[in-house]
Design a protein around this ligand. Sequence first.
Ligand code: 3HC
Ligand code: NAI
Length: 697
Amino acid sequence: MSEPVTYEQHDSILLITVDNPPVNALSASVRKGLTNAFDAAEQEPSVKAVVLRCEGRTFIAGADITEFGKPMQPPALPEVLAQLDTLSKPVVAALHGTPLGGGFETALACHYRIAEASARVGLPEVKLGLLPGAGGTQRLPRLIGVKEALDVIVSGRQVAAPDAMSLGAIDRIAEGDLTEQALAYARELVDASAHLRRCSEMQADTVELESGFFDTYRAQIAKKQRGLEAPQVCIEAIEMATRLPFAEGLKKERELFLERLSSAESAALRHVFFAERQAPVVADLPRDTPKREIRRVGIIGAGTMGSGIAINFLNAGIPVTLLEMKGEALERGINTIQAYYDDRKAKGRISEQKADACFAQLTGTLDYADFGDVDLVIEAVFENMAVKHDVFARLDDVCKPGAILATNTSYLDVNQIAEATSRPQDVLGLHFFSPAHVMRLLEVVRGDKTADDVLATAMKLLGTIGKVGVISGVCDGFIGNRMLKGYGREAGILLMEGASPAQIDAAMSRFGMAMGPMTMGDLAGLDIGYRVREERRQRGEAVSPTDGAVADRLVEQGRLGQKSGMGYYRYEPGSRKPLPDPEVEAIIAQAAKDLGIERRDISEEEILPRLIYPLINEAAKILEESIAQRPSDIDVVWINGYGFPTYRGGPMHYADSIGLASILDTIKQYQQRYGDIWQPAPLLERLVNEGKCFADL
Ligand code: 3HC
Ligand code: NAI
């Protein structure tokens, strides 16, 4: 393998190049190579200045995350950067792509920085449950100011090069070839005998900081980034930059970094980082599977989902034809999309020109004949098999050969839907989450006959529309909604046993869920679940009397959730604040009485496993049936689709972290008490018997 760090002399300048694909991460071999190159720069008298650049798509994008948790190979990054900082010759960092984390810290240890205008710098360590561990918390506040550094480090956001230049983190934007410009910059510095502008020798300016500034900031962030430890540790380290000499601050930063590295929060967030990148890889689909061109998309149904789905494609610059049954419904959908762009423009999130260009790509129609030229259709009509069958039969008549036909169904059998066509190989599920233009998750449902190139095209499309996708097999509710069933069921039973909606929501919110199940039900609309249960009853399927017992009674009394001003809670007009309602208490008590359920005090300790363990148990069944490809895919679904706390790594990672044996034990106790709705998944039993965890699968 070629050397990851090379250097060559261009007259008096030593040009050091890092080449460690894919993102030039700071692996041990890169750190070693950099040390050698810096030694060479120091020792060669004819070298007067240094340029540090990278090959490939980006300047160093950070420490090598795959090395975390393993024994550290010397030299450690802080040592390498200390050598860089104290070099006796000026060093210019030439930045392109995404100089992030340890990569940006390397740039900060250089004496000058030049960047391509498209580069984006940042210190995203906080998103991995860490703090910058190679001087970022000590150098950045000294260079750009304390408040500015806090914002960059605590948010972990990427900063575009021109903005970074306004902040003072970058000295120049390269107008032409980056390497040429960087070499020219280095020559200028030599000619001007410029001093070595070391961040380590600067003072963090505290003049602007009002008294109690850090405490106030800490409290604000604790509220905003609920449950997360890393942002608080970042603040602590930055505060030290204002109090301690550089070397001491650096030492303390390193201690905190090593502590964070072994924290459960960081392990969970790193797990999610890799899980999201692995999710789109379909195990049995060769990487070189051909893909179909998607130049125009058709969407059927301009309701809640259809209009949101359309926005995804319009934002990606792909023209959309939106089809409805009636003019009024079409107009409503188009108005929703127009209102979205108006709002984005008003908030300055999108330029007038871009918004208009996106919206101009939308065409509305009532006529299926207009779908003759679309490459992909996504159906988002009512959740009813007969309606879906009718729609797919029509699509089969009008769509050109090779068009991909997708359904956004939440629960229905994608294979049965495909049967309505003469081309089941072109059919799959694309299950978006609501609001479809906001939620990152997409479940890609692979039918029994879905062709490989259809699946490969869908997986590629995820990147185009900025989604994180997970493959699911066909089953009732796919991965996410299937798991949701047990979670909702237990919440309903707990209500009848004596817990209040607010008590259940508070427990789940403290666990870190974006919202509790009752608030979520009120937001989504309780009528959705009601209709699903009604359909099941009509199809003659068994629905347990406790399943949805409270929700059904609420719906029957017109309590559909926020949209009707009342559900599990009541809402003041125009307000989304859930208020406890004695009427709901009475409905719950009556339901309990009807079903012979004895009421008692429920503790928070009971609520958590009662709701979370059904998720884990159902997930084990899903894995066993190969509905999900791998445990980490299930984590991706629940984090991105259902608000599961990222810092717990998703239900599978969480299960592993508390131990499968104790979970199985509790499930068995519930089985004795409540019967076979708590039947343990055979996979869970097998893993426990073999002393394994989900991560071992
Ligand atoms: N270490 C190891 N591998 C990394 C990596 C890293 N820091 N960053 C990315 N990769 C890998 C990915 O896993 C992926 O591998 P795969 O192809 O086998 O799945 C490959 O590089 C490409 O990554 P993406 O698919 O994410 O590519 P994009 O072009 O979409 O994004 C990126 C590139 C913006 C650099 C993005 O990968 C990213 O955000 N990376 C993480 C950056 C980061 O968090 N850096 C800080 C690390 S912690 C640190 O530096 C500690 C220091 O303070 C001491
Ligand atoms: P909705 O009721 O808001 O919209 C459905 C639209 O489809 C209506 O505008 C209706 O006029 C139109 N429609 C019905 N039959 C049609 C036909 N034959 N031809 C053309 N248009 C027709 O429903 P929503 O919520 O958008 O759901 C649509 C689909 O998406 C359902 O299958 C649902 O299960 C699924 N889904 C819903 C989610 C949600 O949170 N609302 C989340 C994920 C999936």
